[in-house]
Design a protein around this ligand. Structure first.
Ligand code: ADP
Ligand code: MG
Length: 199
């Protein structure tokens, strides 16, 4: 079972890895975007860890809905509302239980990913964060390490794709040959989940 502390560790581990990888995320966002993805997420997850420390929600759902709200209010780019929706919707699906099972977490995360697809209109293959998130959720039944590997492979597999959503889509065929920054950060988010689980 996973409690509020586990979800707090997930968010803290994400903040640490986003901070460490911010330059790389921004570099990926430079040829097919506006070179702000790393700084956007660094600002967002720094605010998330600060607010989680201050408000200390005591349920898994409380941690994720607060984190999601914070991302939406602090990240200006497209990724803020999208990641914010992912965490908020996942948190809402977890309800107010004080502990949740791996199955409940997988089911809630699927609802979160579906909400991102509804909000942003992206499907798998459109060269977005969805290309890492959907394989991760599909693999989660086999464990956190499997989900991490699936997300990392999904992010790498965005390179030959042409972007059909977001800023990168304005480039048309010129978006081909570059790894998507949002799929890369989504793989960091899933790796942090595996890290929080000790895998
Ligand atoms: P912006 O594009 O506003 O500068 P960011 O640079 O922070 O925002 O985030 C860009 C990332 O957001 C992209 O690499 C992509 O993965 C993701 N993204 C953009 N639009 C969408 C969308 N409609 N659906 C899903 N993900 C999207
Ligand atoms: Mg950008």
């Amino acid at each position: 079972m996973f409690d509020a502390d586990f979800f707090r560790r997930w968010m803290t581990a994400t903040a640490t890895s986003v901070d460490r990888e911010a330059e790389r995320l921004t570099a990926l966002d430079s040829p097919i975007g506006d070179a702000d993805h790393g700084s956007n997420l660094r600002r967002g997850f720094t605010a998330v860890t600060a607010t989680l420390e201050k408000e200390a929600p005591d349920t898994p759902g409380g941690v994720l809905t607060l984190a999601g709200r914070q991302l939406i209010s602090t990240v200006g780019g497209a990724s803020g509302p999208l990641y914010g929706t992912l965490l908020r919707r996942t948190g809402k699906a977890l309800g107010d239980a004080s502990e949740v099972s791996a199955e409940q977490l997988a089911e809630a995360l699927r609802a979160g990913v579906e909400a991102v697809m509804t909000l942003g209109g992206a499907a798998p293959g459109d060269k977005t964060m969805i290309d890492a998130l959907v394989p991760a959720v599909d693999a989660l039944g086999s464990g956190f390490a499997a989900a991490r590997t699936a997300a990392e492979e999904g992010a790498l597999a965005t390179t030959p794709l042409q972007a059909r959503k977001g800023r990168a889509s304005y480039l048309g065929e010129r978006s081909i040959g570059h790894q998507d920054p949002g799929a890369t950060s989504a793989a960091l988010l899933i790796a942090a989940l595996a890290e929080a689980a000790g895998e």
